[in-house]
Design a protein around this ligand. Structure first.
Ligand code: NDG
Length: 360
């Protein structure tokens, strides 16, 4: 029984919590995540890391723990007023490791649940967008002096556009006739956008845009807020790796500015919200003013387009591959997700002038 299993694993970790019950937190597409409700707070979050997706789970967990520790040190130096900021804290197992490997070969990690926090699947106010922007700017500022060479590259070439195109092209060769047929209009879009979608990668490769420590999965549901909509911290640091600022900014905008959730199938509901873009950018730049270069700044709108596109491409590729990567609930799920992202690109493209910084 799942309850017994989770309880047993929970008890492998060092803490004072007494297991009472659990609740699945089902919004992620990769790992299995459970809220562990104890008899007395704090609660915990127990997570099974998907080792099909992440080949080096110990490396991944070391990344997360090291980055959290680095941020924690910065938080310790803050004034009382700012002490509401948070960072994930990891529990250790009774034998001193940051993860537990269960007999069935699965890897688990345990963090302290941040009390009175909430997440959002979609953004409903400018204030949340603004706070979200500050959170990311803060994360990138806190990790600016983190030695990136310490980090394991958990998924090599994660946001590398040429790599994602090559996976897409390989998928075209193995896809069923039926899926190829369903995907045809979107395959054409992928081909049409190829050149534009490589601009940022080229700037990264030439060194014109610098490498930083980036989060790499900045969708809005990976940000914690308090009940008054103030930002607390980013969570799900599985993919912290060296990257460019555009990965994180663009990936955040992808969900912040979508008027519908990523899984919405009614495309009439999917629009790009320019007001939220402006609010997010304002919060982000408030924290990043000193460290962002003119070239990085100029390419923020393209970052949004590129990161929406890369997710469309990845969902489409997984659909063509027969759903081997993302968790899906029905046969067309990945195709529907891709359609949602393509609709968002279309809407952003129509409003592209409005998101240019000079028009804010
Ligand atoms: C997952 C993906 C992330 C993607 C998101 C879409 C991994 C490790 O799903 O890239 O943007 O909801 O593939 N993470 O979190």
């Amino acid at each position: 029984m799942l309850r017994e299993k989770l309880k047993t694993i929970f008890e492998e970790f060092e803490h004072d919590g007494e297991f009472y019950s659990f609740k699945e937190l089902a919004s992620g597409h990769i790992n299995d995540t459970y809220l562990i409700i104890t008899r007395k707070k704090p609660y915990f979050v127990l997570q099974r890391i998907n080792h099909g997706v992440f080949k080096d789970v110990p490396g991944l967990i070391e990344n997360k723990v090291a980055v959290s520790r680095h941020i924690q040190k910065k938080l310790n130096d803050l004034s009382e007023k700012k002490k509401k900021r948070r960072v994930l804290a990891f529990a250790k197992t009774k034998d001193g490791h940051s993860f537990y490997k269960s007999e069935d070969g699965n890897y688990w990690n345990l963090t302290y649940f941040i009390d009175k926090s909430v997440t959002h699947e979609i953004v409903t106010s400018k204030e949340i967008a603004y706070q979200g922007g500050k959170l990311l700017g803060q994360f990138l500022t806190y990790t600016d002096d983190f030695d990136a060479s310490q980090l394991t590259e958990v998924i090599p070439k994660f946001h590398d556009m040429s790599f994602r195109y090559s996976q897409f092209e390989a998928a075209l060769k193995v896809a069923s006739k039926e899926r190829l047929g369903q995907a045809k209009p979107y395959i054409k879009k992928v081909e049409a956008l190829k050149e534009e979608m490589h601009i940022l990668q080229k700037l990264k490769e030439s060194g014109d845009i610098k490498l930083r420590v980036t989060h790499n999965d900045t969708k809005i549901s990976n940000a914690l807020f308090n009940k008054k909509d103030k930002g607390l911290c980013l969570i799900d640091t599985d993919t912290v790796m060296p990257g460019i600022v555009h990965y994180d900014f663009g990936d955040a905008i992808r969900t912040i500015c979508n008027t519908a959730a990523e899984d919405e199938t009614n495309l009439d509901l999917v629009e790009f919200n320019v007001e939220f873009y402006k609010a997010y950018t304002k919060g982000f730049l408030k924290k990043m003013k000193k460290s962002i270069s003119p070239l990085e700044l100029k390419h923020l709108p393209l970052a949004a387009k590129t990161m929406i596109f890369i997710m469309a491409l990845r969902f489409l590729t997984d659909y063509l591959n027969g759903d081997t990567y993302y968790k899906t609930k029905y046969a067309e799920h990945n195709l529907d997700r891709a359609k949602n992202q393509f609709k968002l690109i279309q809407s952003l493209t129509e409003k592209y002038d409005e998101v240019q910084l000079e028009n804010h």
